[in-house]
Design a protein around this ligand. Sequence first.
Ligand code: PGA
Length: 253
Amino acid sequence: MRKQIAAANWKMNLSYQEGEKLLDDILEAGIQLAPHQYTLFAVPFPYLIMSKSEVANEANFYVAAQNCHHKKSGAYTGEVSAEMLQSIGITYCVLGHSERREYNGETNAMLAEKVNSCLANGITPVFCCGEPLDIREAGTQNTFVAEQLRESLFHLSAEVIQTLIIAYEPIWAIGTGKTASTAQAQEMHHYLRAVIAEKYGTAVADEIPILYGGSVKAANAPELFASPDVDGGLVGGASLSAPEFIAIIRALK
Ligand code: PGA
């Protein structure tokens, strides 16, 4: 079965102590993940090492960075490279979150470089895509999101692209409490898988987990995750509450 993943995206929230307590509270639930199920915690840079040691003895629990720089090293004050992440044993990194595209001017071309940089350092990208409200209202979301994949990922070989995780996050549903309907999520995920299949074949497309992001909560996760092409979620707000996130992990197929 394709990997099913509950990914927490803490964004710029929680103190170190609050983060540590949240991880303790979640791990205390003693969730036993099936071999195809994974949980990721995308935490702020200063919490990576602590979080990694918190989950060290938990099967299929991993830690992710929320971003990395596209260059290898150099005069880029305040930035963190994939090589640095690798040197502390980080194996996942969220890339291209809509907030970074919007506030930090990340482009599809720059993201292609970040993807390469992560892969060169043994880090699996959790590649985010998704359309803004005006594109959804104009009905051109499919072309918009397919373009994000083509420009940032389609230079990869079939062997490599099938190791990635994709997160579809309609921007109009992020942090707004407005979730895409299960039908809208399934429709886009199915479409993205078809776009990947067209270039790389069905076997490759079937390997890639596509997570849904945008106001996932304990209450809507079971229905969203039950869709055949929705392989879990990238969760912002609700990942900051232990009971909410525990229920979301438990909703994985
Ligand atoms: P949200 O954020 O769950 O708070 O909508 C999702 C995300 O941005 O990853």
